[in-house]
Write a protein that binds this ligand. Structure first.
Ligand code: GSH
Length: 204
């Protein structure tokens, strides 16, 4: 099995890198010089025609057109890793299916709902506030987003996706007052202290 992750400096690839490091999954990280437009060159467009990072090549799986599987979109990559390398969806078939579905829900939520709310925080502050209130309530009961699903759950793709965005809050939404969300603040602090997170952020 060989995995290659393509990313650039301060890109969403660091989210995937964090997951890989947290789970101890070996992967070659290929840094693209995005300032120089390497992500728009032929060689990378053959991996992701959209010319965006992250992208993953996994030679343990075959692409429908032949050759190794090539995947784009941070959420799809996280879910692929969770399914095939992360040992996340354990238990009997019913529980495993529920964990998988909930994991998909949180990963899609992070990319499609939380991320956009953060980027539009100045125009639609109420949307982000509503989401932070729900997340704060959720995180004040459990540190893992999949907790409460009838047994222990390892840290996983759901936590990685949501916590990655939350950790960006103080940076990207510096105008948002986080003081009403103590559990969100605590979880950002906890993320910043995780050795794998620090390592991923340091090497992106
Ligand atoms: N929804 C995509 C977004 C990918 C994306 O926009 N990546 C940025 C870097 S964070 C990029 O490659 N930008 C290059 C460009 O737009 O030219 C994902 O989550 O992977």
């Amino acid at each position: 099995m060989a995995l290659t992750l393509y990313g650039g400096a301060r890109s969403r690839a660091s989210m995937v890198l964090w997951y890989l490091k947290e789970k101890g999954i070996p992967c070659h990280f290929q840094t693209l010089d995005m300032q120089a437009g390497e992500h728009r060159q032929e060689a990378f467009l053959a991996i992701n025609p959209f010319g965006r990072v992250p992208a993953l090549v996994d030679d343990a799986f075959q692409a429908p057109e032949g050759g190794p599987l090539k995947l784009a979109e941070s959420g799809a990559i996280l879910l692929h890793l969770a399914e095939n390398y992360g040992a996340e969806f354990a238990g009997d078939a019913g529980r495993a299916a529920a964990l998988r579905s909930l994991s998909q829900q949180w990963v899609v939520y992070a990319n499609a709902t939380l991320g956009p709310a953060m980027f539009q925080a100045a125009d639609r502050p109420d949307d982000l506030a509503r989401q932070l209130a729900v997340l704060n309530d959720r995180l004040s009961h459990n540190t893992s987003l999949l907790s409460g699903t009838g047994g222990p759950v390892p840290w996983g793709a759901a936590d990685c996706a949501v916590q990655s965005y939350l950790a960006y809050l103080p940076m990207f939404c510096s105008g948002v007052d986080l003081s009403p969300y103590a559990a969100v603040q605590a979880s950002i602090e906890a993320t910043n202290q995780r050795p794998a997170y620090k390592e991923a952020m340091g090497s992106r």
